[in-house]
Every structure is written in structure tokens, then in C-alpha cells.
Design a protein. Structure first.
Length: 398
């Protein structure tokens, strides 16, 4: 009995889902308005992630269509060996089985992450937050319609409308087979899942990203990169939170003044370390623990280091293991930085906002992992697989 749908069947479901999302756009946006109206938190990052508008719906549809056009990630031969005794040994990609995705606020996860998990041959259990329940129920209903219209069982995508207590009980004693859990949300959610889960967990989503402005930086480039990385989407885990400046930066006072004024135009609160204390328009951070914080807000820290070695040390001490960027004209210095910084993505002369499965050419992402196993950074379709060994013989014994 085959437990995985054929690639043509999986692609047909994804294409049908894209059609249904387009057809039911107004119903989805209306459901999302109910979620927004009942959401009482002042957390602007959560609100930004919760909102579904025509642009977000377009992105959902595009994600599904791109997924349907990608090659099958399953049964790809990764290794082949012929033993001296004639055994034919190969290693091929295989589905995990059942993947649970626990997430906060973001209805688009119900499309993009579930779509990737489905295309890679897995059954999906979705546990969204109560703040996005109306939106998620509409989307899951569309998943079921897409599956039914393609003669597939609806239990390929299941929504778990559980309380926190029920979720904890399920994590500790799953009532069905569970092979992998992906939490998409803040540090409290991730800690909760890691504490109670009985199967592997992919840790995703914590940013606290750094930009280092070298003494050989193009100052206009540095300004543009920092403003982009901080202000274009403060709810994104790839936004920048910390900027460290070389002590020997030419025209340093002029650059910092211009940077502060530009960030202020975007209503960014600016904190500094002790070395830059007293900079107009800023306030000094209260203690060193601020270096560890991911803000997800219009807030940034400006600090100063003597050289690239101390910049790397600072990032590796306090960063979230997500993304870091160096702005410099010196290729050798950039190479030292990129090889030494311990983050999933390293940049030279570019914004950290590109750390994203779609931007990296993966056709979307399940998550951005800050763990080192089994895949680091954006996890796309081709990464959401495990593997299996195939050994063919004709009676060999050892």
C-alpha cells in the first residue's frame, strides 16, 4: 500500500488550492477582519503577521503555483555504491511522515508551510494561534475542498483547534504518529514546544541580526542597507536589530548623525552602547542583556567596536544565529567576517532582509532554522525530506 501521493496528484491539489484561494479571497479577508477586530494585543509585529489583504492573498496563490512547478523532492538519489559482493546500495530522499506545524498569528503559514510539507509527501497537522482562528479555518476548509476534488483523503491536512493544555497533552502523548514538529513563533512558543515534544523539533524564527559597518564601508550603501533591514518589515525575523560601527570609520560623526536622523524619520527608537553614549537623538541601553534581545519593533541598537575580529566576537556572543552582514569594500575583510560569523546566513554589502526561502530561490519556506541539524537557514521543499537506504542483492549474506 502506497502511503505517499504521486507527484502528479500532489501538484494537482496545489494548483486546485491556488484556484480556490483566488475564488474565496473575499471570504478569507472577511474572516481575517474578524480576527483583527478581536485581537486586543498592542504587539504591532503580531498584528502585521496576522493581517491578510489582497497582497498577502496574491502571495499565497503565487506560493502554491511555484510549489506545483517545482521538481519532486522525493526519491532523489543522493548516493550510490556497488559493494564488492555485488550489492547495489543507494540512498534516496523520503518523506518524514507526519509533520506538526505550531504557529502564532500568521495565516499565510497555513498555505506556504503546509504546501511545502504536503508537496514533500507528508501529512500535516496545523496548530494555529487563537488570534487567527477564523482565517485558518477558512484556509483549512479550502485545503479539504482541494483534496476532495482530487480524490484525496482530507486527513492529509488536519487543523488542531486545541487549547494550550490540550496542545501540551498532545505533544507529550500524541494520539497519532508524529515525526517532526516545527514551531513558528516567539521564543516562549519555541521553549514550550521543546519542553514537551517527544519527537524532533526544528527551531525557527529567532532573529536578532547584526550589521557591521567596516572602516572601509561605502557610507551611503551602509545607510541604505541599515534602513532597509530595519524598517521595511519589523515583524520579520530577518530584520536587523543591532548595528556595530568600526571605531575608525571615516566621517563617523557625520555618518552616525545622518543614520540617526534617517531612522528617526521612520519612528525608530535608537539605543546605544556606552561607547556611543550621548549621541543626539538616542539613549544609552540599560544593560548588556539588551544585546541578546530580538525587538520585532521600531527599535535598534548602535554600538562600536575597534575591528572586524571584535565585531565577529560580539555577534557570536549575542546574535540569534540567524543573519549577519558586513558593509565593506575590502574583500579579504569580508571573507574573514563571513567565514567566522556563526549564523545561518552571512552577507557582504547586502540587507539581511533577503534571508527568506522565496528570495533564496527555494520557492518558499517551511521555516528559517537557527539549529544546525538537519538543515540550517531557510528550509525549502528540497530540505523537508529525510532519507532511506535501498539495498538490492541476490542472496548475499555477511
Amino acid at each position: 500500500m502506497k502511503t505517499t501521493l504521486s507527484i502528479s496528484k500532489r501538484n494537482t491539489v496545489l494548483k486546485r488550492m491556488a484556484e480556490l484561494v483566488q475564488q474565496e479571497e473575499s471570504i478569507l479577508i472577511s474572516a481575517n477582519e474578524k480576527d483583527l477586530n478581536s485581537f486586543e494585543s498592542g504587539d504591532i509585529a503580531m498584528v502585521d503577521r496576522l493581517k491578510v489583504n489582497k497582497t498577502k492573498v496574491g502571495e499565497m496563490i503565487s506560493s502554491l503555483k511555484k510549489l506545483a512547478a517545482l521538481p519532486d523532492p522525493l526519491h532523489v538519489e543522493r548516493f550510490q555504491f556497488t559493494h564488492d559482493n555485488g550489492l547495489e546500495i543507494s540512498n534516496k530522499t523520503a518523506p518524514f511522515g507526519t509533520i506538526m506545524i505550531i504557529y502564532e498569528s500568521r495565516p499565510d503559514v497555513t498555505i506556504e508551510a503546509a504546501g511545502i510539507a504536503f508537496k514533500s509527501g507528508n501529512k500535516i497537522l496545523l496548530k494555529g494561534g487563537k488570534e487567527s482562528l477564523n482565517s485558518n479555518l477558512v484556509l483549512v476548509n479550502l485545503w479539504h475542498k482541494a483534496l476532495e476534488s482530487c480524490d484525496c483523503a482530507t486527513d492529509w491536512v488536519t487543523y488542531l483547534n486545541y487549547s494550550r493544555t490540550e496542545t501540551q497533552q498532545f505533544l507529550e502523548k500524541p494520539t497519532q504518529k508524529l515525526d517532526l514538529i516545527v514551531p513558528r513563533g516567539g521564543e516562549k512558543l519555541i521553549a514550550f514546544v521543546k519542553q514537551h515534544a517527544q519527537c524532533p523539533v526544528i527551531v525557527s524564527g529567532r532573529g536578532n541580526n547584526f550589521v557591521y559597518v567596516s572602516h572601509e564601508a561605502d557610507l551611503q550603501m551602509a545607510l541604505d542597507v541599515i534602513v532597509n533591514a530595519k524598517t521595511t518589515k519589523i515583524s520579520a525575523c530577518n530584520a536587523v536589530d543591532k548595528v556595530i560601527i568600526s571605531r575608525d570609520l571615516p566621517r563617523k560623526a557625520e555618518f552616525l548623525s545622518h543614520l540617526v536622523k534617517t531612522l528617526k524619520k521612520h519612528n525608530v527608537e535608537i539605543l546605544t552602547d556606552a561607547k556611543l553614549a550621548g549621541l543626539d537623538g538616542t539613549s544609552q541601553m540599560e544593560n548588556e542583556s539588551v544585546w541578546f534581545e530580538e525587538f520585532l519593533d521600531y527599535k535598534i541598537v548602535l554600538g562600536q567596536v575597534p575591528d572586524v575580529d571584535e565585531a565577529v566576537q560580539l555577534i557570536n556572543t549575542y546574535g540569534g544565529g540567524h543573519s549577519a552582514s558586513i558593509i565593506t569594500k575590502n574583500e579579504e575583510e569580508a571573507d574573514v567576517f563571513m567565514q567566522s560569523v556563526d549564523t545561518a546566513a552571512v552577507y557582504h554589502n547586502a540587507s539581511t532582509r533577503f534571508t527568506d526561502g522565496g528570495q533564496f530561490g527555494l520557492g518558499g519556506e517551511l521555516a528559517i532554522s537557527t539549529d544546525k541539524l538537519h538543515q540550517r537557514g531557510p528550509i525549502g521543499l528540497q530540505h523537508l525530506v529525510t532519507n532511506k537506504w535501498y539495498v538490492k542483492g541476490n542472496g548475499q549474506v555477511r
